[in-house]
Design a protein around this ligand. Structure first.
Ligand code: COM
Length: 517
């Protein structure tokens, strides 16, 4: 199918994508400008976050670029199996926690002791995801003017030549933006029906999971999906080899996040290992045996979720092109995004962690600039980060412990403050927290700002609640430029409560020897 010159509406794209996915039609979708006779400056293999943003930037710099992707849409795994479903499930977890907290009160229906369907939400996503897919195609073609070949597994002829169907494309450079996939652990029974990861959950779930769920792993996906399962009313047991949530470095913030999960009924087995997943006669999961520090326990379940991190989609390409790869197949790149071979770049998840959208997009842009002669370096360091429990958890910079090791005069502003009521105080009560503030104040969040008392600069920030994630994106940029509490005090808060620490800082600004608060 050739779509060059046709303007498909977003709705028309949605129809094409649904039809292609449902029928399994393997004909490529070409959008190639027949009138442009220039050689491609680059072919991006993969049109996800890294490929799409890199290609857009390269074209903006005047180059000619082609994106090739295996799916009939652009945007990659984000809208199909990764970030978008994760955010949907995290929204559900937040909503369900609210509804369970207020179950039977005010206008809330009685939800306590009720289990809600996981299958229905997965199905809702499966149908709904083609909307974002269609937007990506429309934006990429009509607004960004990019050329692409979709719905195809290309053949790599050599480092400058790619074949799609019976068409050959030649480029000065190749950019590998192939993404990553969940690690498949070597656990006996991992292939049984009823064992899922973030990809297979949205593709394959075809039954309603029972009342108990076992999650393997202690990192972002394990916790985020675990909280969602728990919020549906199921017993949820998280089994982690080491500590859970190791990425949240501030001890007090981490303790609050874990306590709130425990109060929702989440169960954690740290320093524990799944020995075996056992199946029934039909090949379906029936139980999991877990080795803890002092015993082996068996949990009956028909649903196991693997949240054990990601590995690169690099096997075929690395072999074909003899590329240097590292742990989990991640393609080795320098700060210009150049691989071990000339004129071949790699960007996004295929180069390794952090598996974050901004890193993928910025790496794509970095490769594009270098290809177009603007020498640029990129490495993801000192970035703000976030994850979901039932809450949104964001952080940037140093934890209090790290700050105290490195700086002599550390000051801390936090909410709730240290006080005889402990957490049972309706603060910080940022966005979307007013109901908790009134009825269950300990659930109204936690926040902490860590400051160098000598030069008044912000060293770190942590927020557990809702609505602060957007602010952290800007805050981190400002912190790197030397943001002080006095700068924060000069900003304009749009809400009474201090999601972005402005109000707390203004109360302290002007005082040369401000105290902890
Ligand atoms: C976002 C995908 S869902 S992309 O980064 O805009 O391509």
């Amino acid at each position: 199918m050739d779509v060059w010159g046709d303007c498909y509406s977003i709705g028309k794209w949605q129809d094409v994508i649904v039809e292609t996915l449902e029928s399994g039609d393997s004909a490529p979708i070409f959008n190639i400008n027949p009138k442009d006779i220039r050689e491609f400056d680059a072919i991006f293999l993969g049109g996800g976050a890294a490929g799409r943003f890199g290609a857009a930037y390269l074209r903006a710099l005047g180059g000619r670029v082609l994106i090739i992707d295996r799916w009939p849409f652009l945007g990659g795994s984000c809208p199909h199996q990764a970030c978008v479903p994760h955010h949907l499930f995290s929204d559900c977890a937040a909503q369900l926690m609210l509804e369970r907290t207020f179950s039977g009160k005010l206008w809330f229906q009685k939800l306590n002791d009720k289990i809600v369907s996981i299958k229905n939400i997965v199905e809702l996503f499966r149908t709904g995801r083609t909307g974002p897919h269609a937007v990506m195609n429309y934006q990429t073609k009509e607004q960004l003017g990019l050329e692409f070949a979709l719905n195809t597994e290309p053949t790599i002829i050599d480092s400058h030549t790619i074949q799609v169907g019976n068409r050959e494309f030649h480029a000065k450079n190749l950019v590998l933006a192939l993404g990553a996939k969940p690690v498949l652990p070597d656990i006996s029974g991992a292939n049984l029906k009823g064992v899922f990861n973030s990809q297979t959950l949205v593709e394959k779930l075809d039954y309603e999971p029972g009342n108990t769920i076992v999650v393997i792993g202690g990192g972002k996906s394990a916790i985020e999906y675990g909280c969602f399962f728990n919020s549906t009313g199921r017993r949820t047991l998280v089994v982690a080899r080491h500590q859970i949530m190791p990425m949240l470095k501030d001890a007090e913030s981490r303790a609050y996040a874990i306590l709130m999960m425990e109060e929702q009924g989440m169960e954690f087995l740290e320093n524990a290992e799944v020995m075996e997943i056992k199946g029934n006669a039909q090949g379906k999961v029936k139980s999991v045996s877990i080795k803890t520090s002092d015993s082996i326990i068996t949990i009956d379940t028909d649903f196991v979720f693997m949240g054990l991190g990601e590995q690169a989609n690099s096997e075929i390409i690395a072999q074909k092109l003899a590329l240097e790869t590292g742990e989990k197949g991640f393609i080795k790149v320098n700060r210009h995004m150049e691989t071990s071979l000339p004129h071949i770049y790699a960007v996004g998840d295929v180069t390794g962690p952090p598996m974050e959208m901004f890193k993928a997009r910025k790496e794509g842009v970095c490769a594009a600039k270098n290809i177009m002669g603007q020498t640029t370096e990129y490495k993801a360091v000192d970035y703000p980060d976030f994850m979901h429990t039932h809450y949104e958890v964001c952080w940037l910079g140093l934890s209090e412990e790290e700050a105290r090791q490195r700086h002599a005069n550390v000051k801390v502003m936090k909410l709730p403050p240290d006080n005889p009521n402990g957490l049972d105080v309706g603060l910080p009560a940022g966005d979307r927290m007013m109901l908790y503030l009134m009825a269950k104040p300990r659930m109204s969040g936690f926040q902490k700002l860590i400051i160098d008392g000598d030069n008044r600069k912000v060293l770190g920030a942590f927020h557990i609640g809702y609505g602060a994630k957007d602010g952290f994106q800007y805050l981190n940029y400002l912190v790197k430029k030397g943001l002080t509490i006095d700068d924060l005090a000069d900003m304009d808060e749009l809400f009474i409560s201090p999601s972005y620490f402005i109000q707390l800082c203004r109360l302290r600004a002007g005082d040369p020897h401000f105290n902890d608060m």
